[in-house]
Unconditional design. Structure first.
Length: 570
């Protein structure tokens, strides 16, 4: 029943497919289907369908011989759109086929703009299926099938056309050339009689052999096509507008469910973040680059009382100093040369009723820190050139990878602003301290990337696991994600090997059974430097000024070394 050729065809499809026999035993699930279900074929084959979702009513399809179409089913965190049809062979029902696809990402937008989305979807279905004629021929150019619409257009009949050379049925046809070159011709203009039509021609293959060709008349009236394109473009513009409005209002893409937490330190951090999310107070998120500070900020906003309000992000390190004030606080018309007509609200105003996320707050200039402190204290903002302030209601979440205490000592960060922001502190642990969960996190990211990249990587080889566990991951989760995204696309399937990794990881020192497989001078120097710093601090009883003196270096240099090596700088 299921030939190797048929199974290869199923695995080439970009939708999930499952086939069962009359008894409900699973005969095959294609590659995309396994990815959507999060299971391997070996885990489901020859198991009863009742153990796998989707499959709740597929046995009814077998018993009644009637299809079950367009059914939405929840499977884990996904929503699947499922069609089930009986599998008939020689007039007898021998099983059923389930076709399913992931529509999770469309649910939220569908709820907000369902009418426009439905209309656009119906319109696209119309465009895809609106063929005014279809014809097929075999390798010798003999017509094997032609529909009535095409016969009417050519002023012939099926009986007259089928069995004849296609060059006798359709003048100026290029079907023989398509079979000769093996290349499809899509959307070509063709003249038949005194009419211009748009056609597509495609070779038909069996394995690697061309066995014929198919031609489709997409439009036999170009005026209708122009009208349809105009209406389609109008729909697209409307939909883009609603999508932008929806994105502006909702403002966030991530939730706590987006955070993979397998380590107890990260679980404790998430627990604390959920507790403080319900408060109105400011939050300071500390963490190295790539640990997911903005992800935490969005998740906190999403479960707070301000979730329906905007989430406005400001990267204090990315905005030039000269533009910082206008970007944060806005300006009135004519406030300065080049000011926009009508003025412009700042990020603080835009965050009214929601959350203002100040990323890299440690890089904010001192004069802006003074003005931000006034906003937090007085709950009002004054645009450049304005004569009166505007009341704002917002919550501030700030984040930084820099040691603010050290910046305060150096006079580069205001102490009063620090205590205004630091009502609640959330410290995100770096990836290198989550040693026990790095491999689990890598496996989680592999599954996610497989779905996005349509790959089938199964995991990490033992050698790659050793490399991952020995690496310090200075870029944290962002670095891990980028390494895996690159490796998965190189490997495509199976296990990730060291040759799929970036060069700097291939050269990592890995110790197996006490034997060093690769030398790493930088790592060895870092270990020695860390040991010497720890000894100096111990001898100085934790006094960093005294420790710097013992080491013969400036206090600022000591702080930089402690921060670089991940040691306590407080």
């Amino acid at each position: 029943m299921l030939t190797p050729q048929f199974l290869r065809f199923l695995d080439s499809l970009q939708i999930g497919m499952m086939i069962i026999d009359r008894e409900g035993m699973i005969l095959h699930v294609n590659q995309v289907g396994c990815q959507l279900l999060g299971l391997r074929l070996s885990e489901v084959r020859q198991h009863h369908v009742s153990r796998i979702t989707p499959g709740a009513d597929i046995m009814q399809v077998v018993r009644d011989g009637k299809a079950s179409l367009r059914v939405e089913i929840r499977f884990g965190d996904k929503t699947l759109l499922v069609d089930r049809i009986p599998y008939v062979e020689e007039g007898e029902i021998i099983g059923a086929i389930s076709v399913f696809q992931d529509i999770t990402s469309y649910e939220a937008a569908t709820r907000k703009i369902s009418e426009q989305e439905r209309e656009l979807h119906q319109f696209r279905e119309l465009v895809e299926q609106l063929y005014d004629g279809i014809v097929m021929c075999d390798r010798n150019g003999i017509v094997t099938m032609i529909n009535q619409a095409y016969c009417d257009f050519l002023e012939t009949t099926m009986e007259e056309a089928i069995g004849k050379p296609i060059t006798e049925v359709i003048e100026n046809t290029r079907m023989p050339q398509v079979m000769e070159t093996g290349k499809a011709e899509l959307g070509h203009l063709m003249r038949v009689g005194n009419r211009d039509i748009i056609v597509s021609r495609m070779p038909m293959r069996e394995d690697d052999k061309i066995i014929g060709a198919m031609g489709k008349v997409i439009f036999n009236d170009l005026r209708e096509l122009r009208s349809m394109v105009d209406r389609y473009n109008i729909m697209e513009r409307k939909l883009d507008y609603y999508r932008q409005e929806l994105k502006r209002v909702v403002g966030t893409r991530y939730s706590f469910d987006s955070i993979f937490a397998d380590h107890h330190l990260l679980k404790e951090t998430i627990h604390l973040a959920k507790k403080v999310a319900s408060s109105r107070s400011s939050i300071l998120i500390l963490g190295e680059s790539g640990t997911g500070k903005e992800l935490f900020a969005q998740a906190i906003h999403g479960v707070s009382a301000r979730a329906e309000g905007p989430f406005v992000r400001v990267n204090c390190a990315a905005i030039p100093k000269d533009l910082m004030e206008a970007e944060l606080f806005g300006y009135e018309e004519g406030a300065f040369t080049g000011a926009r007509k009508g003025g412009k609200p700042g990020k603080v105003e835009l965050a009214h009723g929601g959350t203002l996320f100040l990323d890299e707050i440690g890089d904010m200039p001192l004069d802006m820190q003074v003005k931000l402190l006034r906003v937090l204290q007085e709950k009002e903002v004054e645009r450049i050139g304005a004569t009166r302030p505007t009341q704002v209601d917002l919550r501030v979440i700030a984040a930084t990878h820099r040691p603010l205490e050290k910046l305060m000592e150096e006079g580069r960060f205001r102490e009063d602003l620090y205590y205004r922001l630091n009502v609640f502190t959330i410290s995100i642990p770096p990836l290198r301290v989550q040693t026990g969960s790095i491999i689990a996190m890598a496996q989680h990211l592999i599954q996610k990337l497989n779905r996005e990249l349509y790959t089938s990587v199964t995991g990490l080889s033992p050698r790659v696991e050793d490399v991952f566990l020995s690496h310090s991951w200075p870029g944290n989760v962002r670095e891990l994600h980028n390494v895996l995204e690159r490796a998965i696309q190189l490997a495509d399937h199976g296990l990730l090997e060291t040759e799929h990794l970036p060069a700097y990881l291939q050269e990592r020192k890995v110790v197996v059974n006490g034997e060093s497989l690769t030398l790493d001078l930088e790592a060895e120097l870092a270990k020695t430097e860390k040991k010497v710093l720890a000894m100096a601090l111990e001898k100085a009883e934790g006094n960093k000024v005294k420790a710097a003196s013992l080491l013969g270096i400036h206090r600022a240099s000591l702080y930089r070394k402690l921060e670089k090596l991940g040691m306590d700088v407080t």
